[in-house]
Design a protein around this ligand. Sequence first.
Ligand code: SAH
Length: 232
Amino acid sequence: MSFAASVLTLYPEMFPGALGLSLAGRALEAGTWSLEAIQIRDFASDRHRTVDDTPAGGGAGMVMRADVLAKAIDHTSPPDDLRPRLLMSPRGRPLTQARVRELAAGPGAVIVCGRFEGVDQRVIDARGLEEISIGDFILSGGEPAALVLLDAVVRLLPGVMGNAVSGEEESFENGLLEHPHYTRPQEFEGREIPEVLISGNHKKIAAWRRAQSEALTRARRPDLFGKSMTKG
Ligand code: SAH
């Protein structure tokens, strides 16, 4: 069963974009996942194909209309669709590797990309959209956020990553940031690869990497470090 992604957007030309290349692109071609980009504007009913209007209560910018978006969602994702319906939104719950894993294990996702000031709250409530943020900053639209989310999900799909082990040792998978990496040449601008890594002593190497991970996490992300300790 392949992962089915449907993206609702005013800019379907942005898809698959970066996801048409490299690992994700090959997996798309192989049918490991599928992607349809739906033009929200096609569901507008007036002859100007209007999708937005001025905010109730006044203020700057425009708001995406609930009725047009609801039509697009219902067309793409009928009530018996088992896929989660997501809305990319800076107000959403921050995306985590744990949520990415859950999504990758499921049937797919319907992803709504906001534009303007955002979308009318009533469609979020009426269609039970799960708001997901990719970080504490403001993008001009949800499309790059959807690409980010899908990139993270697709690489976890069975058969997508060549070396499955590397997925499990990465940052966040064990509540720690990853240790630094090195490769040839042995010396670069006077800097050597740490001695231990060329020692051939796998126990020592594992211990060194673990210590590096912990020091890095403590320094850069003390919030994660606390978590990894309680998880054991
Ligand atoms: N006025 C809104 C920001 C709108 S940005 C606010 O202050 O909260 C326009 C659209 O870009 C949003 O509807 C959302 O779909 C997308 N977007 C912006 N930043 C995002 C982020 N950090 N994560 C996910 N989506 C984001």
